[in-house]
Write a protein that binds this ligand. Structure first.
Ligand SMILES: Nc1ncnc2c1ncn2[C@@H]1O[C@H](COP(=O)(O)OP(=O)(O)O)[C@@H](O)[C@H]1O
Ligand SMILES: [Mg+2]
Length: 446
């Protein structure tokens, strides 16, 4: 069977089934070209364009390859996400919204690795040193370079065979020909650093700006080019910071790193149970779940308020979840738990404006509603994951093992989910409660 003709945008790397004069993804004109996916593989842009792996092969014999040993950053939470440390010659992209702590974290990495170099195009040398002083990071003098010139940075890196260079940020490094932040500038700068990394074995940590939708600004092809894409996120306006790997060529994408942002920088959260304080159920009608939204995982607080309907048809109001879903779950609860939910007005809300269609939320919604009707709170440390069917059965959810692992890292001590034994043997000691039918939920929870 011959493969269907496909079209690839050379700018953003997206692949389409039909030709476009203007790329529907990035909006560039004249960049969509015919392209044939390689045999036997997924037709991703990654395979059509020069990737880190290609360069890695091209650079066979590079000194670091004989013993490709990871460089531990000694920041345990970062090493955990990286899979033990930074691979020599690898290129990593760190994204996150402004102010989340990217520069702070990587300045701490610079401090921990006495032979690393920090290139700042965002801030002047004195601004970086001022920050270092505030964070009490000594011994970085002479290892901070303030430059926006790609040429200068490459020359410096060629001259000194360094194990690691930090670039803050990729959007500020240019050869002077293309405008800063343009797709070409980003691709050229990344490509130049990528070839240097593969040739010399210097690992490169790039900071990337993110857009409002939290995607790393610039062509998606940037994410295809690098070896790992890390995302630093803040947990609902709190001081907790979570690092996830969206892509990791040299490790798992299951691990998360946890910090608290303090005046002295990012402090590792090694004992996740201290985070439980942050998600403690204080009132009846509150339950927690972990949702997936594309590549992201979101800890979600579900709130339900139920009031006995005085007259007429009960009111159901929902924020963040489709109303029909809430109606369905109310019907399921009424039928299968004998709890007269249908004579209550039900108000449902997902905290912090989260909206989702992830069915994994069902069980938490059911728990929140039952908890409100009973007037009894869901015990602290409980997280619920499960899709609820019309016959009241609880089903397992996609990426269940990953969600359970993350729940444990976030300090939850008990995860209630659909029947499945495979996930009970996680690395973390989370007693997992499996549930076949929501009629048993009250006994399990209250
Ligand atoms: N003088 C200060 N005292 C305490 N915290 C500060 C100070 N200046 C900045 N911060 C903290 O550091 C954060 C900025 O972190 P930064 O590493 O610059 O983020 P990013 O590089 O991701 O934009 C601010 O949001 C703030 O919480
Ligand atoms: Mg910064």
């Amino acid at each position: 069977m011959t493969k269907q003709q496909q079209y690839l945008c050379t700018e953003c790397g997206d692949v389409f089934a039909t030709h476009y004069g203007r790329c529907p993804s990035c909006g560039e004109y004249g960049t969509v070209k015919p392209y044939r996916a390689p045999k036997g593989g997924e037709s991703t842009a990654e395979e059509a364009l020069l990737t880190g792996e290609d360069l890695l092969l091209a650079g066979e014999g590079a000194p670091w390859q004989a013993q490709a040993r990871r460089i531990p950053t000694t920041l345990t939470e970062l090493d955990r996400v990286l899979g033990g440390g930074i691979m020599p010659g690898s290129v990593l992209l760190l994204g996150g919204s402004p102010g989340v702590g990217k520069s702070t974290l990587l300045l701490q990495v610079l401090h921990a690795l006495p032979t690393a170099l920090y290139v700042s195009g965002e801030e002047s040398l004195s601004q970086v040193m001022e920050r270092a002083e505030r964070l009490q990071l000594s011994g970085i003098e002479g290892r901070v370079l303030s430059s926006v010139s790609l040429g200068d940075v490459l020359t410096t890196l060629e001259a000194h065979c360094l194990p690691l260079v930090i670039i803050d940020s990729i959007q500020t490094l240019s050869d002077g020909e293309s405008p800063l932040g343009s797709l070409r500038q980003l691709k050229d700068a990344t490509h130049a650093l990528l070839s240097l990394a593969k040739r010399t074995g210097t690992a490169v940590l790039l900071i990337g700006h993110v857009t409002k939708t939290e995607a790393i600004a610039g062509p998606r092809v940037l994410e295809h080019m690098v070896d790992a894409v890390l995302q630093l996120e803040s947990e609902r306006q709190s001081d907790v910071r979570i690092l996830r790997a969206k892509k990791n060529r040299y490790g798992s994408t299951m691990e998360i790193g946890l910090w608290r942002m303090t005046g002295h920088g990012m402090e590792s959260v090694t004992d996740a149970s201290t985070l439980l304080e942050q998600h403690r159920t204080d009132a009846p009608g509150v339950a927690y779940s972990l949702l997936r939204d594309g590549m992201r995982t979101l800890l979600t607080e579900v709130q339900a308020l139920t009031l006995k309907t005085n007259f007429g048809t009960p009111r159901v109001v929902s924020q963040g979840v489709e109303l029909s879903r809430v109606h369905t779950l109310i019907a399921v609860i009424t039928k299968h738990t004998k709890l007269p939910c249908n004579v209550h007005d039900v108000y449902v809300n997902l905290v912090a404006g989260i909206r989702t269609a992830d069915p994994a939320l069902d069980l938490a919604l059911v728990a929140a509603i039952i908890s409100s009707v009973h007037g009894v709170r869901v015990p602290a440390g409980v997280l619920l994951l499960g899709e609820v069917g019309l016959s009241g059965e609880v089903r397992r959810v996609p990426h269940q093992a990953q969600r359970v692992q993350e729940a444990a890292r976030l300090g939850f001590t008990r995860v209630i989910l659909g029947p499945d034994t495979a996930d009970n043997t996680g690395e973390y000691p989370v007693p997992v409660q499996t549930l076949r039918h929501i009629s048993g939920l009250s006994e399990v929870l209250f």
